[in-house]
Structures are given as structure tokens and as C-alpha cells.
Design a protein around this ligand. Sequence first.
Ligand code: ADP
Length: 365
Amino acid sequence: MAHLIFKDINKVYPNGFHAVHDFNLEIADGEFICLVGSSGCGKSTTLRMVAGLEDITAGEFYIDGVLANQMSSRDRGIAMVFQSYALYPHLTVYENLAFGLTLEGIDADVIDEKVKATAKILGLTDYLERFPRALSGGQCQRVAVGRALIRKVNIFLMDEPLSNLDAKQRVTMRSEIKQIHRSVGATTIYVTHDQTEAMTMSDRIVVMNAGRIQQVGTPYELYFHPQNLFVAGFIGEPPMNFIRSTVENGHIKTAALDLDLAPIVKDVKAIEGKKVVFAFRPEAIETEPKDKNSYAIKSQVELTELLGDTTNVYANVGDVNVILKVNPHKTPAMGSEFTFYVPHHAAYVFDEETEQVVESDQKRH
Ligand code: ADP
């Protein structure tokens, strides 16, 4: 296991493109960290700097307290799994797993023991004699993970390892990778653009945008306490609803809304006259006012989609489109007027200019 520190890490590519800005993070021994963000936000660049495949332009990177900027990839105790898992097609699963160890000149009986132990962890024991062409996508990916696992490493790096799999295989592999992490315990950095993967697998998530860290936190913290508009909009599916307005006399007012912000904002005076974004998650709304601590909001229903466990309601609040999740038995009719309730504890206000969350006394739950 390894403890990692990133101190003011920056990456500027030779063409002058500044891909990673002031990246600061400490990763504990054995932690499972996801780097998440849209394509091009600097996740792979960061991972490749950890692996020693890219130079660090500025800043310091430490592995177990040792400055590692100039350390060779070999000496970092790292194994990596990529999106394209290129197995050797002419070698069996056994030979694919054994390949790296054979190259290192390790004794055949030691290799045999390791291959069998790794195959057992990954449920590949019955497939050792098969060639990759006779395996499913998920099984191939397990062999790729196995090839990385079989070497005793302290740091496990994965770059979108599940993106070539179909939706069902992804869900299975997600929990398998978590279980492997639990049994192996290596510090893991996992890169994905998929917030569901990040939410389900991580101890902590690092949300990135345009080369900068937006927020670091547990899945719970990011979901209930997004610090800025980017994180609020990125985490959660369907995304959070945003209604833009200006604060007048402590209220937000649009053609369709007049909401007193006092219950959800600590210092209403501080945001008087400012442009803000009122926000709530589609799944946080209620169809009946459970108590008076909620906002009643009128909407016009455009479209409803029954998913089985819930119905997605696409509606308009004035000229703003919102998505609401309701109990399928409470589905409003298309075209009807629909009043829904946002509990105060589930309502957020963001400063539109700074994009930061406005402080609230509400206990989120
Ligand atoms: P992600 O993994 O989040 O999709 P990357 O780290 O791969 O993002 O890339 C971050 C940004 O750096 C992108 O805009 C990409 O085009 C740019 N980039 C990546 N590699 C190079 C390179 N070798 N030279 C110049 N720019 C690069």
C-alpha cells in the first residue's frame, strides 16, 4: 500500500497546453479514489503523471514520503489497467496472466501458484486454458485486471477500464473491482467520466473540470453538499434542476415563482440584489406538502416517462425546464398543472457569479 501526496501539480504539454492546474490532494494508504469529469478535463494526464508516463511540469509528487517526480515507472510499485485491454490473442488466459512474471525470470512453480491464486480472486479458474477469443468482454477485462494484480504492487491505476463493456457487464465488474480492492488493499486511482461509477466505487471522488479540481469528497458529501454549480450539475442523474433569478427583498422572484430564501440561506442580506441559482434534485421533490418546511412550486407538465420504480416528469416552471421524479402512482397527466414541493433541506442556492454554494443552516438528508 502507498500514501500519495500531490502538491501544486501542474502539467503543461510541449505544445503549451496547460492540462492540469494546481492539483493538490493527499491519498491515504489503501484508499480507492476516482478522478471524474468530462472528457478532456485532465484525468488521464494526472494518472499518467502518477505512473511516470508523463513528466510533471511543476509541483511535487510524493510516494510514501519520497519525492517521486523523477522516479522511474518501474520503481513506483504501480500496475495499470487501460480501457483497451489488449490481451495476447495467441496466449491462453494462463499464459496471459503469467507473461510478465515469465519475463522477469521468476520460477515456474512460483508463477503457477500466483496465476492460480489470481485466477481464483477473479473467478477465472475454469477459463485458464481458453484463448481470449473464447471469452466475453467482461472476462477479458478480468484477465487484464489479473495481469495487473498478479504483480505485487502498492498502487493500482485504472483508466476507464469498463468503457468497452456493455451496461450489464459494467455493473458486474464495478462490484468485482470493489471486492478485489477490498481483498488486495492497494491504493487505487480510478479514472472515469461516468459519475455513477465514481459514486458506487469510491472512498472519495475528485471532480475535475478544465484541468482543475472542483471538489474532493466522499460520494455522500458530493451528492448532499456540492460546493459549486459544476459539481451540483455533474453528480446525480438526472441532473439537479437550476432556476436562475435575482434576489429581491430576500426572495427569489421569477414570472412563476416567489420564494422566501430566509429558511435556507444563513445570511440573506449578503446576497441581496445578486444573481443566484435556486437548485433542487429531481428525486428530492414531494407531491404533497409533508410539513410547512417546503416550497410549493407550480409547473406545467410537458411529458412523463414511466421507468417502473419512478416516473420522470418533464415540466416547465415559467420558462425553465425541470425534471422531477415521482412515484409512478402519483404521475400527473401530460399538459396538466402540477404543484410539487421542495423540502427546505433539499433546496440549494448558488451565487451565479462565483458559482459557489451560498451557506445554509439546513441539515441535508
Ligand atoms: P481526460 O482524461 O480527462 O479525458 P486528458 O488528460 O486525456 O483528459 O487530456 C486533457 C487535455 O490535455 C485535453 O484537452 C487533451 O487534448 C490535452 N492533451 C492530452 N495529451 C496531450 C499532448 N500530448 N499534447 C497536448 N495536449 C494534450
